[in-house]
Design a protein around this ligand. Structure first.
Ligand SMILES: *Cc1c(COP(=O)(O)O)cnc(C)c1O
Length: 383
């Protein structure tokens, strides 16, 4: 512990300046790492996220030390939708894909000598960071907005984290977390949104799709709030493409809930940077109700470069999509049904027959070939 690693150079995703050691750029933009060079895949060994340790800029033994067996989620055929695959991210140690990012983020914090972590979350990221902090023996404080469900609050507490409930919305929780960080006492802002190491974990989603399918899918339909899975998947496929392991980038179909859709709105109007959307009536997709996604411009650019699109689905589509998954033996939380709702609507599936949807923004969403839809969070969190 305490050994410093030479992270490849961090760059601001907004102004391009080099990182100076803070959790974000001086201009306020989130930092990111250069793409990894993917070689020697014939020597990959082990299961789950740790299999891809050679492409994560951390000592493999640190990942090993904090791992709870995350990653390695099943990819199952949807059956009646030919070419559509479901990736069961909800079968993760804390019940969401956030475990991929949290494992790497916490291993990185431990490697850099952090003594305590401070995080903010609307639920699942807080649970994941709390669990991996516990595993790593680090103290952890998690700030959540007061709207966070009691079950998710209980999950965070169960991992021994100091849970602080903050009045106001998601950004109020972020502000409280940042104010609580004190470098003098060794506490670190463990932000799943800003810390580039989180994306080093979520990128393994793409590596697994490639190994499980034997190639890249034609499209990935991913729910987007802050975009940590979308950007991780984008990064992973870019690295695989540069390494000559896949022959194309899958189209990224990013999906939001119509009640909180800053990225879909920016996409529809051709903006490169999302505008803050007004507070909207609550959506059952609480996990993606992010009004000001810090990496929003990065998400829009990623989607554009894959010739994908950003869609929003009607609130009324979410419950039927969740129920449809249940009838397939898959219990997910409402947020995790949003991407599936989009996939069903795109395929004009009978489960969506009663749902009215304005398809004017869906022009670019036509998908043929293989499509992967991650199911991001467990229904046991909200059952
Ligand atoms: C976090 C989360 C998302 C969205 O991830 P972002 O990084 O905010 O885009 C979607 N579904 C579930 C279940 C989540 O926990």
């Amino acid at each position: 512990v305490g050994r410093r690693i030479n992270l490849p150079e961090l760059r601001c995703t907004v102004c391009g300046a080099a990182g100076e050691g803070g959790w974000r750029c001086r201009c306020g933009g989130p930092l990111d790492l250069p793409e990894a060079v993917v070689t020697g895949v014939d020597r990959l060994s082990g299961a789950g996220l740790r299999r891809y340790a050679p492409f994560v800029p951390l000592p493999a033994e640190m990942l090993e030390r904090v791992s709870l067996g995350e990653g390695g989620t099943a990819l199952v055929a949807a059956g009646d939708l030919p070419g559509v695959w479901l990736k069961l991210e909800f079968v993760s140690p804390t019940g969401s894909f956030k475990d991929r990012g949290a494992a790497v983020l916490v291993a990185s914090a431990l490697t850099r000598g952090a003594a305590a972590l401070v995080a903010d979350s609307s639920g699942n990221a807080g649970s994941a960071i709390a669990a991996y902090a516990a595993r790593a023996g680090l103290a952890c404080t998690v700030f959540v907005p007061s709207g966070t469900s009691p079950a998710k609050q209980g999950q965070i507490r169960a991992y021994g984290a100091d849970l602080r409930v903050v009045g106001g919305d998601r950004s109020a929780a972020a502000e409280a977390a940042i104010a609580a960080v004190s470098p003098e006492t060794g506490s670190t802002y463990a932000s799943h949104v800003y810390d580039p190491m989180f994306l080093q974990g979520t990128k393994t989603f793409a590596y697994e799709c490639w190994e499980q399918l034997g190639r890249a899918p034609d499209a990935v339909v991913v729910p987007v709030g802050n975009g940590t899975l979308a950007l991780g998947a984008f990064r992973g496929f870019r690295e695989l493409l540069a390494g000559g392991l896949v022959d194309r980038m899958p189209r990224l179909i990013a999906v939001q809930s119509e009640r909180c859709a800053p990225l879909a709105a920016a996409w529809a109007s051709g903006e490169a940077v999302p505008a803050k959307v007004p507070p909207a009536p609550a959506t059952v997709a609480e996990g993606i109700a992010i009004r000001t996604p810090a990496r929003g411009a990065q998400v829009l650019a990623a989607v554009r470069s894959t010739r994908g699109c950003v869609l929003s689905v009607p609130e009324a589509a979410i419950a039927p999509a969740q129920a449809d998954l249940g009838r397939r033996g898959l219990l997910v939380e409402p947020t995790a049904a949003v991407a599936w709702a989009a996939a069903l609507l795109l395929s004009r599936h009978p489960a969506m027959a009663a749902v009215a949807v304005d398809r004017s923004g869906w022009r670019d969403a036509g998908v043929s070939g293989t499509m992967v839809v991650p199911l991001c969070g467990s229904g046991l969190k909200t059952a």
